[in-house]
Design a protein around this ligand. Structure first.
Ligand SMILES: *[C@@H]1O[C@H](CO)[C@@H](O)[C@H](O)[C@H]1NC(C)=O
Ligand SMILES: *[C@@H]1O[C@H](CO)[C@@H](O)[C@H](O)[C@H]1NC(C)=O
Ligand SMILES: *[C@@H]1O[C@H](CO)[C@@H](O)[C@H](O)[C@H]1NC(C)=O
Ligand SMILES: *[C@@H]1O[C@H](CO)[C@@H](O)[C@H](O)[C@H]1NC(C)=O
Length: 176
């Protein structure tokens, strides 16, 4: 009896630890905020095609443009205007004035960004393809560890997962 009580307590402790571990994992399965150009930021002399090449952008992620507010800007354009660097009719002007603009990637499609004021011709242009997030619990490959906790569809899987683990553990303890 004493031994069984002891092992039961041990299992409950283990369950608590497991639940805590799952809760700690929440930021890892939620959205990523990509700083465009990483530590170079949004500027000249960066090839953003190469920067984006090895990254996966998922619905719910963000792009964070950091740049010289006195010179550059952030304009979302269509594919034609991305290719020709035409800043005359942007789909969206994300420029807020502080040189630090956050763009939510909340639709599964291609996004095209350029800087106006002539900088696009020098290579200040970024194209990203936004995909649906992979199904959990297969953790999404986070490329830049600048992710911050957020709520999106991916987060909705975590609580059921906690309950599922709890239920399995409960059954395990009962049949032990
Ligand atoms: C982009 O917008 C321009 C101007 O509105 C238009 O002429 C062009 O066909 C558009 N391209 C695409 C791919 O939608
Ligand atoms: C974009 O918006 C900013 C801030 O409102 C404004 O200063 C700037 O002129 C706009 N740029 C374009 C190209 O529309
Ligand atoms: C995506 O975000 C933009 C900017 O916050 C917002 O205007 C738009 O309604 C959002 N679209 C969806 C599908 O959530
Ligand atoms: C960026 O690199 C890609 C792949 O190497 C190349 O095709 C493209 O021309 C480069 N872009 C610029 C603006 O140099």
């Amino acid at each position: 009896m004493e031994v069984r009580r002891g092992s039961g307590l041990g299992l409950s402790m283990l369950l608590v630890v497991l639940v805590c571990a799952l809760l700690v994992m929440v930021p890892e399965v939620s959205a990523t905020r990509f700083t465009v150009g990483s530590n170079m930021g949004w500027t000249t002399n960066v090839n953003y095609t190469i920067w984006a090449k090895d990254k996966h952008f998922y619905n719910g992620d963000w792009l964070f443009f950091v740049y010289d507010r006195n010179q550059m800007n952030v304009l979302e354009v269509n594919k034609t205007d991305y290719e020709s660097c035409n800043a005359d009719h942007p789909l969206h002007n994300w420029t807020r004035g502080a040189g630090r603009d956050v763009v939510p990637l909340n639709v599964t499609r291609h996004y095209y960004f350029i800087s106006g004021k002539g900088f696009c011709y020098g290579g200040m242009k970024l194209a990203v393809r936004v995909e649906n997030p992979p199904p959990p619990p297969t953790a999404s490959p986070l490329n830049e560890k600048s992710s911050s906790p957020s709520f999106n569809l991916r987060g909705n899987y975590v609580l059921p997962a906690v309950f599922a683990v709890g239920a399995v553990w409960d059954a395990f303890v009962r049949f032990w």
